[in-house]
Design a protein around this ligand. Structure first.
Ligand SMILES: Nc1ncnc2c1ncn2[C@@H]1O[C@H](COP(=O)(O)OP(=O)(O)OP(=O)(O)O)[C@@H](O)[C@H]1O
Ligand SMILES: [Mg+2]
Length: 263
């Protein structure tokens, strides 16, 4: 068991190249149990590449990944899943024409010994997962078509799908991009519920105000390198974090003197 606040996953010196492009140039990131970690950085900074590596989708060219202090090698999608890491990708694939329950279990259906899908079990499990993340709509049930849900609710389905399998760490890559404020608040409630259940969330977002509200700690990357990290308490507010990120974009570095003692 990992105690709250202790590293549950640690990526060390991760390098990832796509041909001549070095998307990650030696990034080391710890994810601590029970936290919401806000992963920030400009377009193309390497956020998605980092979480795809964490998910085992990308094989890093260099670097190591430790789970609960143990080196896991080789690091594969199965290793990531076994480590309890589930990712909702930016280019996520929910099937809008299908029901909530079909989407949650797609590709990993609950079957009986004859290989037939146990429909009632899946509906019951979908209900449980939706309740767990605080899906309160009375209008929708597991048989509702995903295409009829709002953007925030669709993210809820994607999160419920990630929770199935008892994930310890849920990674959300820009879950609120293109959502209205009301829909964003729904996603935040889902994230809060996931956190309250003792799980860990890695949250990527463009809107720093949004990420500031939801996250306990921030990790900022810039052109494939770690720029700075720190707990929320180390910042004077969202504007301070934004100011640091502007400074970073303009000069390539930010004043991190107030963060030295916190990481
Ligand atoms: N599969 C790939 N093949 C080639 N280059 C890639 C691939 N995936 C990412 N890259 C490149 O790696 C760099 C980092 O991309 P990445 O998608 O990780 O950035 P990001 O921080 O998630 O950006 P955004 O905020 O726009 O989602 C970019 O230069 C991108 O073009
Ligand atoms: Mg991305």
């Amino acid at each position: 068991m990992v105690a709250a606040g202790e590293p549950i996953v640690e990526m060390r010196n991760i390098v990832k190249r796509f041909g001549s492009v070095e998307a990650l140039s030696g990034v080391s990131m710890k994810v601590r149990k029970g936290e919401v970690l806000g992963l920030l950085g400009d377009n193309g900074a390497g956020k998605s590449t980092l979480v795809k590596t964490l998910a085992g989708v990308h094989d890093p060219d260099e670097g190591e990944i430790f789970v609960k202090g143990q080196l896991v090698s080789p690091w594969t999608p199965l290793a990531a899943r076994n480590a309890g890491i589930e990712t909702v990708f930016q280019d996520r694939a929910l099937a809008p024409q299908h029901s909530i329950v079909t989407n949650i279990f797609m590709g990993r259906e609950i079957t009986n010994t004859f290989g037939l899908i146990r429909v009632q079990r899946q509906v019951a499990e979908a209900n449980r997962l939706m309740r767990e993340i605080g899906f309160t709509s009375k209008v929708f049930n597991p048989d509702s078509t995903v295409g009829h849900l709002s953007g925030g609710e669709r993210q809820g389905v994607a999160i419920a799908r990630a929770l199935y399998n008892n994930a310890d760490v849920i990674v959300l890559d820009e879950p609120t991009t293109s959502l209205s404020l009301t829909e964003t608040q729904k996603v935040f409630r889902f994230v809060e519920a996931v956190k309250e259940s003792g799980r860990t969330v890695v949250f990527i977002g463009h809107n720093i105000y949004h990420v500031y509200d939801i996250a306990d700690r921030f990790f900022v990357i810039d052109r494939g390198r770690e720029a700075f990290e720190g707990p929320k308490a180390a910042f004077r507010g969202a504007d301070h974090l934004i100011e640091m990120m502007h400074q970073l974009a303009e000069t390539g570095s930010a004043d991190v003197s107030h963060l030295q003692a916190t990481t």
